[in-house]
Design a protein around this ligand. Structure first.
Ligand SMILES: Nc1ncnc2c1ncn2[C@@H]1O[C@H](COP(=O)(O)OP(=O)(O)OP(=O)(O)O)[C@@H](O)[C@H]1O
Length: 249
């Protein structure tokens, strides 16, 4: 669960270029909810995600993650709950290391769900099965440097590595923006499956209105640092692309 109470972030305070990126936002995201955030460029979406992740600290207000007050906690102290996927597929993996070594590295960083850390065959077999579930044929390339894979393949592996963590919350900041259309569709479908299978609480920022319609249980629109629309459940399921497009008028 994520609980934001009156969180704010202003850049360049007191200067002519002051920006109120996030302004007094209060939001409760329940366990298992999948929230899609839409909004114009500069409306504060990424800053809001940074506040949740601890990459930026809130100026006032309060942030609870899984009922723990994390308002002053830095990003690294929130990683036990939170995994984050960025637009750039190069972030999150070490290019020169093989797929299997990237999984080892990830396993060393935190305790992974159902994974015993080590170089042994059992570890490799566990990774092989997980990677095979992506249906990209990558289970036969476990010794290949991850830097030789496509952006879509890397993004799928990064997702898999993050959900094999004990994390409860997955933050996705335009995870498919750098991918070709087909890879983007694949990666979103993989993300959705992983979220459901692992019963994660998820927040997706996207400019892709089709994804905003197809995915998630709730959609939020931000404008000028504030949440101006918040629609969930059956009402969310009824929204069509034209209606969503009209929100940007
Ligand atoms: N580090 C920073 N220093 C100064 N201003 C910033 C900083 N980060 C964000 N901003 C400003 O805060 C506002 C909100 O930015 P943010 O990146 O959160 O918007 P966004 O909705 O994610 O935009 P986009 O859709 O373009 O990614 C913008 O006006 C941006 O220029």
């Amino acid at each position: 669960m994520i609980n934001l109470e009156n969180v704010s972030k202003t850049f360049n305070t007191g200067k002519p270029n002051q920006v109120n990126a996030v302004e007094g936002v209060s939001l409760q995201i329940n366990s298992g909810e999948f929230v899609v955030i839409v909004g114009a460029n500069g409306s504060g979406k990424t800053t809001l995600l940074n506040l949740v992740a601890g990459n930026t600290l809130s100026q006032g207000g309060k942030i609870l993650i899984e009922n723990t007050d994390v308002t002053r906690l830095p990003e690294y102290d929130r990683t036990k709950w939170i995994a984050r996927i960025f637009q750039n597929p190069l972030l999150g993996t070490a290019s020169e290391l093989s797929i299997i070594d990237n999984f080892r590295l990830a396993a060393l960083r935190t305790r992974r769900k159902g994974l015993s850390i080590g170089k042994n065959d059992a570890f490799k077999e566990q990774v092989r099965q997980k990677v095979a579930s992506l249906r990209m044929g990558l289970e036969n390339k476990l010794e290949q440097p991850i830097g030789t894979l496509s952006g879509g393949q890397r993004q799928a592996l990064t997702l898999l590595m993050s959900v094999m963590d004990e994390c409860k919350i997955l933050l996705l900041d335009e995870p498919t923006a750098a991918l070709d259309p087909k890879s983007a569709v694949n990666v979103m479908a993989i993300a959705d499956n992983l979220i459901k299978e692992n019963n994660l609480t998820a927040v997706l920022i996207t400019h892709n209105l089709r994804d905003a319609i197809n995915y998630g249980t709730r959609v939020i629109q931000m404008s000028e640092g504030k949440v101006i629309r918040d629609i969930a459940g059956e009402e969310k399921a009824k929204i069509n692309q034209n209606e969503l497009f009209s929100w940007f008028d």
